[in-house]
Structures are given as structure tokens and as C-alpha cells.
Design a binder for this molecule. Structure first.
Ligand SMILES: O=c1ccn([C@@H]2O[C@H](COP(=O)(O)O)[C@@H](O)[C@H]2O)c(=O)[nH]1
Length: 283
């Protein structure tokens, strides 16, 4: 591709994946406790085996796989090598890879994060990355710009699934709206005119009961918190209302606890996918 050609936008690729595979995202979170439960050691060999099993079991059937970078960084450079391999293999199997790295920093450093996760020649190149906007939405500009160049997505924290998030995210900005709403408004601006779906997504916890914000951002809504954190697919219509069709529900431990048996991992993911389909169809 010449530098002047633009890649197919992430939003379009994601919409296609959601329509053909269903919207479920499965997280790869190799907790030490899961490695133990799978009969693996909490070491690099255990991490490698766990990750390979999840990718082989799930990557050919879900829209999105979301590795949680923290669990790989824990093992230093050898953990990152496992992550690099998993990203490449998951993408080859047809899953979109959303790197859950939650990076946020001043713009010049954000540029380096953008190169790490969103530049095509990077070893950790992924389809999308999670970022934190709480250094100011404008600090994300290098990632937003690099995402356009590479056809990637950026998922911005808005209302996180943890109860502690509310004291920051629900607090009121100088303009009188919540910080979360302010960030969502920026996302809507980034996605204006995008079809069929913008490439800037919001992270909004499935655990919230009711979002209480305007989620009409013309972009995907990543909804973590299903499974181990207590939310279920049946909660999605209540949280997301009329935006539920743009939701990418995310489950990590709720699926992973069924391993290491590949069939059981697949069955669990299929069950969550069915429950999501039923919940969204009835909304
Ligand atoms: O608001 C947020 C944002 C991200 N996460 C991440 O999603 C998974 C959830 O794992 P479960 O095992 O399904 O609870 C994890 O990687 C979090 O860091 C989130 O939970 N909430």
C-alpha cells in the first residue's frame, strides 16, 4: 500500500466482524490463579501454554480477542514475546485484536504508545488499543491520528466497570456535564460522518445498571464486566438502551475458567454469545 492510500477503517472492519461472528469479545487474562487452576505453573511456560490454548480455541470464532497487557508485562520481555505471538496468531485466525493496555500520557509520550500498538511495522501492532483520556482528550491526538493512518481503533475509557471509577468519571466538568459525558462528546465528534461505525470506541462497564449518559457516539461501546464482575448479557439493554446494537460485550474470567479443555472454552464462549444475541434481539 502506498503511504497515500488509507487502510479500511477499524469501525467498518469491526461492524463486519460483529455482523458475521456476533459482537462478543473474549479477554485473554492469564491470572496466576487461572494458570494454577489449569494445572500450569505461574511461569513463562505456563503463560505460553495458556495463551496458545485460548487463541487456538477462540480466535476463529469471536469478533474480538482482548489480551490484557498487564498479565504479560508481569513476565518482562519473555511475556511480551508471548503477547506478540498471540496477537499475530489471533489476527491470522480472523479475530480483531484489541490490546487492553489503557495507556494515557502527555501527547509526546502518547505518540510512542501509538507507534507501539498502532503502527503496522510494530511487533505489537494490534487492531485497536484501550487508552485513558484523563490527561485530557487532546492528549490522545497522536493515537487517534495513527489509528486513522493504520485503519485501527482506539477505545477510550468513559465509565469503567469498577465502582471506584464513578468519583472521577461522574464528577462534573467546568461546562456542567460529567467528565464521562465530556469524553463521550469528544468521541462523537471524532466519529462524525463515519459509516457504518466510527473507529473511536468508548469503554462503558456492563456493571453500571444504567449508564445515565448519552451513548450516541456513532462508535463501538466496549462493555467489560460480564461474568466475574457480576454483570450478565441480560443487563446490556438496561445499561445501553438504544445504543445496544453497537455494544461489544467483553468476558474474560467467565470464559477462561472453563479451560484448559478447548471444547469447554468454546462452549462457554458460545453460551455467552447466545445470551448476548437473545438480550440484544429482545431490546
Ligand atoms: O472498565 C473496565 C475496563 C477494562 N476492564 C478489563 O476487562 C477485563 C475484565 O476481566 P473479567 O475477568 O471479565 O472481569 C480485565 O482485563 C480488565 O482489566 C474492566 O474490567 N473494566
Amino acid at each position: 500500500m502506498s503511504p497515500l492510500e488509507t487502510a479500511e477503517p477499524f469501525g467498518a472492519r469491526l461492524r463486519h466482524a460483529m455482523d458475521t461472528r456476533g459482537p462478543l469479545c473474549v479477554g485473554i487474562d492469564p491470572h496466576a490463579s487461572l494458570l494454577t487452576a489449569w494445572g500450569l505453573n505461574d511461569d513463562i511456560a505456563g503463560l505460553e501454554r495458556f495463551t496458545r490454548t485460548v487463541v487456538e480455541a477462540i480466535a476463529d470464532r469471536v469478533a474480538v480477542l482482548k489480551p490484557q497487557s498487564a498479565f504479560f508485562e508481569r513476565f518482562g520481555s519473555r511475556g511480551i514475546a508471548v503477547l506478540e505471538k498471540a496477537v499475530a496468531e489471533a489476527r491470522s485466525a480472523g479475530a480483531l485484536v484489541l490490546m487492553d493496555a489503557k495507556r494515557g500520557d502527555i501527547g509526546s509520550t502518547m505518540g510512542a504508545y501509538a507507534e507501539t500498538f498502532l503502527r503496522k511495522d510494530s511487533p505489537l501492532f494490534s487492531d485497536a488499543v484501550t487508552v485513558s483520556p484523563y490527561l485530557g482528550f487532546g492528549s490522545l491526538r497522536p493515537a487517534l491520528d495513527q489509528a486513522v493512518i493504520s485503519g485501527c481503533g482506539v477505545f477510550v475509557l468513559a465509565l469503567t466497570s469498577n465502582p471506584e471509577g464513578a468519583e472521577v468519571q461522574r464528577s462534573t466538568s467546568a461546562g456542567g456535564v460529567s467528565l464521562a459525558q465530556l469524553m463521550l462528546n469528544h468521541m462523537a465528534d471524532e466519529n462524525a460522518d463515519a459509516e457504518p461505525l466510527g473507529s473511536v470506541g468508548a469503554v462503558v462497564g456492563a456493571t453500571l445498571g444504567e449508564a445515565g449518559v448519552d451513548l450516541d457516539i456513532n462508535g463501538p461501546l466496549l462493555a467489560p464486566g460480564i461474568g466475574a464482575q457480576g454483570a450478565t448479557p441480560a443487563d446490556l439493554p438496561g445499561v445501553f438502551g438504544s445504543a445496544v446494537g453497537n455494544v461489544v460485550p467483553s468476558v474474560s474470567r467467565g470464559v477462561l475458567r472453563h479451560g484448559p479443555d478447548v471444547a469447554a472454552l468454546r462452549e462457554s464462549a458460545a453460551r455467552f454469545a447466545d445470551e448476548v444475541r437473545t438480550a440484544v434481539a429482545g431490546a
